[in-house]
Design a binder for this molecule. Structure first.
Ligand code: ADQ
Length: 738
């Protein structure tokens, strides 16, 4: 760890590739910009000069001298700290696990996936190697921003070494549905690796949803509005659609050299009187290139009037050529282009100009600017920056974007002509529509998209992400502040010791006992009974158990303890064992007849769930059900019941794995009023774990010690981790008078 830089905080961006790549040429080592979407984004962030980078420079030095030379050059001139990965590691980690396993799986090409134990081991090894490099330059107050699927184990490795650090992770590719993700043999390790971060970002809501559902199904962590609680740390999962550097693109377009190139090309286009169709991709099977070509072929078959009136410039950057699927796709594309050009070409006109190489951006930009139609048709794409670059370059708002609905960018560029790439009829029709589109219509579509791209550029994206990491840290600090730490515990105990009239309000399930699969299985054990007796026997204590349970169960379990009981969230109270149960209100129960069948339907629809009848309430428990199905159906039922019961005096509550309906006005706060209103207390302690306890926390006086027995936002002043910690605290209170 960098001890000298303790006081200054910096942003450390870690990605597989650095924004620059080293290449060995005849005349020595050359530093060039790295290809691909992530590199484009890093390059823009680098221009802002606010971050340092850690990543692979794409080169393995032949000796130590060369290694030192590269290191010095990259660190001093590019703020880049290289991680050198050996050719053997690259084979297994890069061409292996990341590009033969993760890439196809996350893009729904599960049949292309290889699940090789040795490649997984290499992936773990390289993540460890990245960690070591990061650790060398890190200080605890730095912000770490880890990028993409190559480094999904890194957040946890950093977290273990620097538990307080601020870590963000952003995935540039799709996160697949949990049905697909669960096929990965090392799925839990990957999720646990990611959960080391404080903020996990995706391009779209859909990926966020998929991720949350995998976390729920595989690790059983629920989320609340995209926040997951793990080991007393809140982790936020959100979407941050990545933008491009639109302003830089705009400025480049005005540069004399680019204007000259535009003029030159324009002249050629005018002479030939042909419209220009453009596509720009890495040659990857996820980009839907063969599907697109088949659509173009069908378009040519159907529209002879367009023959010789357009040129399709198809740019493909070579990519991952050492992976078999990539050489296969190359062969397929070569054949299709040959077939189409052979079938429809004629002297003086070839429909498809296929360029299998990378173009520098100053050559690419004039093409974006001049082309009439862009075909962006991936089968799956995390975002797709080409679509954005095309739209942003349309300074006169003319041009048509044909866009696949399965690209992440489709959720932002809804004015494009959206197509299903697997349907060649659809594609051919969209192409016809694009070529025939009036200028007015083109402007109507491009203008709002372009405006959006200038408002949400790559800097906005990077800034919001980093700001959000800081906000999440603040939320965590707030929650941490609320922890009943040793200092506060001492104060609580000392106040307890000094006081003579104490009111102790304790929730039962989740507070005194951990949750059991079936409600009746959470019976008090001998230790708990002993503890409650000891507390209740102290003449200075007034103990009240405030529960959602029905009164019969409470009576049966705790009826002999000399304490007060509140049942069904306050519907029934019993001042002490000598008293009878009292109803809080005169309540009618007719409504239950209407509700019982609805809840019974859910009992059938969600295996493992069950309906519990209470005297003045009815509850549907889904603790034993499949967690994802339980969460899905419970939200559905909760919404439905709220709607259904809108004009009644019934209240629907979503507690911990339970949905309960009861007469409104009944809550734990009102339930404890008979005690609270006595107004003689010089010490009040209230403990509860879920939403239903919030009603109680809310009405307590300021001097009260209110404690939520789980981590997360609450009206309570403090939190404790578990029923075990509740018991430990109560034991300490009991010991005082022994
Ligand atoms: P990529 O799969 O690399 O990125 P994309 O988003 O389209 O895909 O970015 C490609 C970049 O490379 C663009 O900036 C483009 O200009 C450039 N490029 C492509 N072909 C080129 C060519 N022939 N010549 C020159 N330049 C070319 C991954 C994910 C995407 C996600 C990005 C960013 O797969 O879904 O949008 O990261 O998060």
């Amino acid at each position: 760890m960098d001890k000298n830089k303790k006081s200054r905080s910096k942003i450390i961006i870690v990605s597989n590739r650095l924004p620059v790549t080293i290449n060995k040429k005849k005349d020595g080592l050359k530093i060039q910009q790295s290809p691909g979407g992530l590199a484009t984004c890093l390059d823009s962030i680098q221009e802002e000069g606010k971050a340092i980078f850690v990543g692979w420079p794409g080169y393995w030095p032949s000796n130590d001298k060369e290694k030192k030379f590269i290191e010095n050059n990259l660190i001093n001139h590019h703020q880049c700290y290289p991680v050198f990965i050996s050719p053997a590691e690259i084979g297994k980690y890069y061409y292996g696990f990341t590009n033969r396993t993760l890439w196809p799986l996350f893009h729904y090409f599960s049949t292309y996936c290889a699940y090789e134990e040795s490649e997984w081991e290499a992936y773990k090894g390289v993540n460890q190697k990245f960690f070591q490099e990061v650790f060398k330059i890190a200080s605890p107050q730095d912000i770490f921003w880890v990028h993409d699927y190559h480094l999904m184990l890194l957040p946890s490795l950093i977290r273990e070494a620097l538990p307080q650090s601020s870590i963000g992770f952003f995935l540039h590719i799709p996160f697949p549905s949990s049905e697909v993700f669960r096929m990965l043999p090392w799925r839990k390790e990957i999720l646990e690796g990611l959960l080391g971060a404080d903020l996990i970002g995706f391009h779209t809501y859909e990926y966020v949803r998929h991720f949350l559902s995998s976390v729920l199904r595989l690790l059983e962590y629920e989320h609340e509005f995209g926040a997951i609680h793990v080991d007393n740390r809140i982790i936020k999962v959100e979407n941050f659609p990545m933008g491009i550097d639109s302003l830089r693109l705009e400025k480049l377009l005005q540069q004399p050299s680019i204007q000259k190139e535009i003029k030159k090309l324009e002249k050629k286009i005018w002479t030939e009187k042909r419209k220009i169709i453009l596509s720009v991709d890495r040659l990857d099977y996820s980009k839907g290139i063969p599907q697109r070509l088949k659509g173009v072929e069908l378009f040519l078959e159907k529209n002879s009037n367009w023959h010789d009136r357009f040129t399709y410039i198809m740019l493909c950057v070579p990519s991952r050529t050492k992976v078999r699927q990539y050489s296969l796709i190359k062969e397929e594309v070569d054949q299709l282009v040959g077939r189409i050009n052979g079938r429809f070409g004629r002297p003086g006109w070839i429909p498809i100009h296929y360029m299998y190489r990378s173009l520098p951006f100053d050559k690419l930009l004039p093409l974006y600017y001049l082309s009439d139609v862009a075909l962006v048709t991936p089968l799956r794409d995390g975002m797709n920056l080409v679509a954005k670059e095309f739209v942003a370059s349309k300074r006169d708002n003319r041009g048509v974007l044909v866009l696949s609905e399965t690209a992440g960018v489709a959720s932002e560029l809804g004015e494009a002509l959206l197509v299903n790439v697997n349907n060649k009829e659809d594609l051919a029709a969209a192409l016809t529509k694009a070529l025939d589109m009036s200028e007015k219509e083109q402007i109507r579509r491009i203008e709002p998209m372009r405006k959006r791209l200038f408002e949400n550029d790559v800097f906005h994206w990077a800034r919001s992400f980093v700001e959000r990491i800081k906000e999440v840290k603040k939320i965590q600090a707030q929650c941490e502040h609320q922890k009943l730490n040793e200092k506060w515990k001492k104060k609580l105990i000392s106040d307890f010791r000094k006081s003579k009239n104490r009111l102790l309000l304790l929730d039962y399930d989740g507070t005194l006992v951990t949750f059991a699969i079936k409600p009746e299985q959470a019976k008090p054990d001998v230790g708990l009974k002993r503890l409650l007796y000891s507390l209740a026997r102290d003449p200075h204590n007034n103990l009240v158990i405030v529960s959602g349970r029905d009164r019969r169960t409470l009576e049966q379990w705790l009826g002999k303890v000399p304490c007060g009981l509140v049942a069904e969230h306050g519907a029934w109270i019993k001042k002490d064992p000598r008293h009878e149960w009292e109803k809080q209100k005169r309540l009618s129960n007719d409504w239950k007849k209407q509700l019982r069948p609805i809840l019974k339907v859910y009992e059938v629809r969600v295996p493992g769930s069950l309906v519990e009848e209470k005297e003045y309430g009815i509850a549907w428990h889904y603790r034993k059900a499949n967690p994802e199905l339980g969460q899905l159906r419970s939200s559905e039922l909760f919404d439905y019941l709220n709607e259904f019961l809108a004009n009644t005096d019934l209240q629907v509550m979503h507690g911990n794995k339970v949905i309960e309906v009861r007469v409104s006005g009944i809550n734990k706060g009102n339930g404890v009023m008979p005690w609270l209103s006595e107004n003689k207390w010089d010490f009040i302690l209230a403990l509860g774990d879920d939403w239903t306890d919030e009603d109680l926390f809310k009405i307590l006086p300021k001097m009260a010690y209110s404690i939520k027995v789980s981590y997360g936002p609450s009206e309570a002043r403090f939190y404790l981790e578990s029923p075990q910690s509740t018991r430990n605290l109560l034991r300490e209170l009991v010991r005082i008078h022994k």
